[in-house]
Unconditional design. Sequence first.
Length: 329
Amino acid sequence: FCRVDPYGFERPEDFDYASYEAFFSRYLVVLTRRAIKWSKLLKGNNSIQKSLKVKRYIRKGIPNEHRALIWMIVSGAQANMEQNPGYYQRLLEGEKNDKLLEAIKTDMNRTFPDNVQFRKTADPCLQHALYNVLVAYGHHNKAVGYCQGMNFIAGYLILITKNEEESFWLLDALIGRILPDYYSPAMLGLKTDQEVLGELVKMKVPAVAELMERHGVMWTLVVSRWFICLFIDILPVETVLRIWDCLFYEGSKIIFRVALTLIKQNQAFILEATNFPDICDKFKQITKGTFVTECHSFMQKIFTDPGSLSMATIDKLRENCREKLLSQG
């Protein structure tokens, strides 16, 4: 068995190769079928327009060979890159903020220590690309600068695009447009969205909301990394990439769909918890196992399990939760 997955991540000691092999042989059939459909859709001219068909295709997964291209197009990153030729290079060559560089350097070795492509010994070593992307972004978006969590996201983007400049523009699409204010120093958007999830759980899985309240468990304790790292290091790589396919096209409500599906599917298991540490532990466990590894069926579930979830509902909840947070602050 291969100790390293196709993305360069070393598999943990207790990795279940048997069930993974079983899943992957089935998934390969799906991937092959999708690849043929995508090639027809793109017809070699590498452009697509947003449409119901494209949305359906994206929900069923983008083949890896087209992933970078589709992410770039549907997120608006491609258009931004084309409108700003040479901008990325200029950011790298311009004046630098030493405090920012220091913060980024500190996190370099902490970023994916379990990935062989990010090791100092790797050739090429992706740490250089990661450093450049984060430095450029910190100078491009001074309000955000650099914040922990961004290194993981940029790292994943580099693994998929194999291109610094594209990773930079995709990071800009995520932080600047898709995720509302997750990484600014006050992290108001992030705190708001954790509260929004709490409200959605009250509506859709009330027994779990009641359990959390009874034991005084704040949502931020169990889900903040889901939001900050967009499920990196929480769910299996293939599953994260499938989630991101939809995130770039449909926006931040996908995060709520994933979170609600994890909670709803595991409701009975979570409700077995009888105390505070127990609840936290259950939330760690629900992100492992076959349910999340089987990314194809998992993605079908995120669009059916939570039921309807309109952007209007989320916007309204965001508004209320943000006001509540600001009044507490």
